[in-house]
Write a protein that binds this ligand. Structure first.
Ligand code: MN
Length: 737
């Protein structure tokens, strides 16, 4: 136990360290304000401790430190970071903050307080909150930068959190915060978040890959040394200070490669990239970088498809660099990244680092502005549901862009994979909706032609053209997609409107009285899902007056199906059993109390005993079990963390005992199937044997199965008794040994 005095010393020490790091950027009076914020936070949080047991103040101190050191932010952000949790957690109010620190900081703290709630509460309101968060972001981007620092520190200290909280926080991070960091060009933070995500969701893979990176270090270093030697000799002649780095890729990105390409660690060939960093004046950056490119490719043959020039056209997140992939003497491909110190800092620390370089401030701001305008455009699309919105936004985050030109040479940025049709909608909705094709670099192409960097596109239109459902498959940009959906919806509405008139007219001809009841019968007769769909079908001319006549003459009779043989039922049961037997040797304990409760295994990842799993409380289907590395896990944990519960496999044999249930009832089609479904799918009971007999409409079944306790058995029985047709289900004593 650390005594109070020692703790106080540590706090002061930490605070001084923060000041030291901020010193180069401080202006007159800044230090005083920072001190004011620190004392305020210290006092406000004085009785609070983090889960790890340390005083709470360490958290805001570290967040402020990350803002300075790892993002490159200034005094405003330091102050805001120091007090970012006080409004939420203590008695201090926003008005107090505004009085002491002014409007700007109060607005940032307010923004931070608001996004804090983003994921705290359940349901899809979270997506709605995310939309709000982006609103705030587009007001002052510092809100999101400080939030990222906050999240990074929480990820670094995730160890002391309970397991379900770990999964939730880690998943939110990979789902939203890491992509956001990427979008803002904060590569170092993004990479660390991703690695921490893997560490907390798949510890084994994380350590395995980490170990392998260590084991292969010596041979890799030897290879790199040989590879760069001739380049170094030439670079020395250039008389420009330089540095060559060769860090291995992050554990997460290696894992991603292994997963995507389905290959073992040993087959990931691009474990590392060589980075040549030059120290040149801004005006000479480009020419020197290309000179180095020339040197590298004098020694090694480049792959022409892998040349990337992000110096002439920086990425939207501000990334600048020259990449080439060349073949080493042993036949291995090696990626070489050429950039300047300035570019390197931007690549690691992102936008904020730009601020330090006055020459580039204009360029930076215009890029940032462009992005914020796009975010705003998305935000303003009210017709998208919140979840669609998040998907669209994420789509934009992950895609790289493709740069293309209008006939007049205007540059347009589209998501990678965009088609001529995307481009048409990017220009104008009217152009898009009438697009019949395009000329790409003077060559005629269809509307679904995929665009490449540097393409020049002229859209061809016709006044007779109309969007169809197919078009949705031809575009990938959210803008084009939603415009097409709008147009289709409008079109459909018009057709349905017309159809309604047609229907009324025809009913009149046939002397049918319109009314809610008859429309409902009609809807059922024509198997339409809604009345809208019904009128739409008439508008489309799918049904004619003859169909309507047939409906009029139609007398609804009780739908009699052919008599069942029961054979198929038995077959399905047998399949169910053999499936169930193989799968549920172990049972699953759920929740904090580790109870045996009902659950379903998620179809997306089909967990098996031994997998790391978690439970998810669904709205209509009870608890579903997912693997922690399920493709959907991230989204679920991130958006609905409060519905996540702990789950763990335990060997069934330790806990279960064999018992028998007798089920009797009246036979009907599918009854046996329903019973077997309850047992195998819903209750996940391990069956030892099952037999059914039917006789003159009465059926009797005997099921031998493993249960954990009487409560489990009662649950099963009551579940079985709910099946339609089952009269009774009760326990019977078997002749077991
Ligand atoms: Mn915080």
């Amino acid at each position: 136990m650390i005594d109070a005095l020692e703790e106080k010393k540590q706090i002061i020490h930490h605070y001084r360290r923060l000041l030291r790091k901020a010193k180069p950027i401080l202006k007159d009076g800044d230090a005083k304000l920072i001190k004011r914020a620190f004392t305020l936070a210290l006092e406000a949080h004085k009785d609070m401790r983090r889960k790890s047991g340390e005083p709470y103040i360490f958290h805001p101190l570290t967040v402020a430190e990350i803002c300075v050191e790892e993002i490159g932010l200034g005094t405003t952000s330091i102050i805001s970071a120091l007090i970012h949790d006080v409004v939420e957690d203590t008695d201090i109010e926003l008005a107090d903050i505004e009085r002491i620190f002014g409007n700007k900081i109060a607005r940032i703290v307010d923004g931070l307080t608001k996004i804090r709630g983003v994921f705290e509460y359940g349901t899809s309101a979270q997506a709605e909150n995310f939309r709000k968060m982006l609103f705030t972001l587009s007001e002052d981007v510092r809100v999101i930068l400080i939030k990222l620092a906050d999240r990074l520190h929480n990820m670094r200290t995730l160890e002391s959190m309970p397991r379900n909280k770990q999964l939730k926080v880690a998943s939110e991070t990979i789902y939203l915060y890491a992509p956001l960091a990427h979008r803002l060009g904060l590569n170092a933070i993004k990479t660390e978040m991703e690695d921490l995500y893997l560490k907390f969701t798949d510890q084994k893979i994380y350590t395995d890959i980490g170990n392998k990176i260590d084991e292969t270090r010596a041979s890799r270093n030897k290879f790199i040394k040989q590879f760069i030697q001739p380049i170094k000799d030439e670079l020395d002649h250039l008389k420009v200070p330089y540095e060559i780095k060769s860090r291995p890729k992050s554990i997460y990105s290696i894992w991603n490669k292994m997963r995507k390409q389905n290959i073992p660690f040993e087959e990931v060939y691009d474990l590392f990239a060589i980075r040549i960093i030059l120290d040149t004046p801004v005006e000479q950056e480009k020419s020197f970088c290309w000179q180095v490119y020339s040197i590298v490719t004098d020694y090694y043959t480049p792959n022409p498809d892998r040349l990337r020039d992000w110096i002439s056209t920086p990425k939207a997140n501000g990334y600048e660099s020259l990449h080439t992939t060349v073949m080493a003497k042993n036949g291995q491909w090696v990626e070489v990244q050429i950039r300047t110190l300035r570019m390197d800092e931007i690549a690691e620390k992102g936008y904020a680092a730009h601020w330090k370089y006055k020459d580039n401030a204009a360029k930076y701001e215009s890029n940032l502005e462009k992005w914020l305008v796009r975010v705003r455009e998305l935000l303003e699309r009210q017709d998208l549901t919140a979840l669609e919105f998040v998907d669209d936004f994420r789509g934009n985050l992950f895609n790289e862009e493709v740069f293309v030109f209008t006939p007049k040479g205007e540059l347009k940025t589209l998501p990678n994979g965009a088609t001529a049709l995307d481009f048409a909608f990017e220009i104008h909705t009217d152009i898009g909706s009438r697009c019949i094709g395009a000329k790409v670099n003077q060559k005629l192409v269809p509307i679904n032609h995929v665009l490449k960097n540097g393409d020049q596109i002229e859209i061809l239109t016709s006044s007779k053209q109309k969007p169809t459902e197919d078009w949705l498959r031809f575009v990938i940009s959210p803008k084009a997609k939603s415009k097409i959906k709008d147009l289709l919806k409008e079109d459909k509405r018009n057709v349905a409107e017309e159809g309604k008139e047609i229907l009324y007219r025809k009913m009149k001809q046939l002397k049918m009285e319109p009314g809610q009841q008859i429309f409902e019968q009609m809807r059922a007769y024509f198997k339409a899902n809604s009345q809208f769909e019904l009128t739409y079908s008439f508008g489309k001319g799918i049904y004619t007056v003859n169909d309507l006549k047939r409906f009029k003459e139609f007398k609804p009779a009780s739908p009699l199906k052919s008599k069942p043989t029961g054979q198929e039922d038995v077959k399905t049961i047998e399949q169910e059993i053999s499936r169930a037997k193989g799968r549920y040797d172990d049972i699953l304990l759920i929740g904090e109390d580790m109870d045996v409760v009902e659950y379903k295994l998620a179809k997306c990842c089909t967990p098996i005993p031994g997998d790391e799993v978690f439970g998810f409380v669904t709205v209509s289907e009870g608890i579903k079990i997912h693997r922690t590395n399920c493709p959907n896990a991230t989204e679920l944990l991130a958006n609905h963390g409060n519905r996540v519960i702990k789950a763990k496999w335990t060997s069934q044999h330790e806990l279960a005992f064999l018992t028998g249930i007798k089920v009797t009832g009246t036979d009907r089609v599918g009854l046996i199937n329903d019973v077997s479904k309850i047992i195998s799918e819903e209750l996940k009971v391990n069956m030892s044997s099952i037999s059914f007999r039917t006789d003159h409409g009465i059926f009797e079944g005997e099921i031998m199965l493993y249960v954990n306790d009487t409560r489990h058995l009662d649950l099963l029985i009551s579940k079985l008794e709910q099946v339609e047709g089952v009269l009774k289900a009760n326990r019977f004593d078997s002749k077991t040994n």
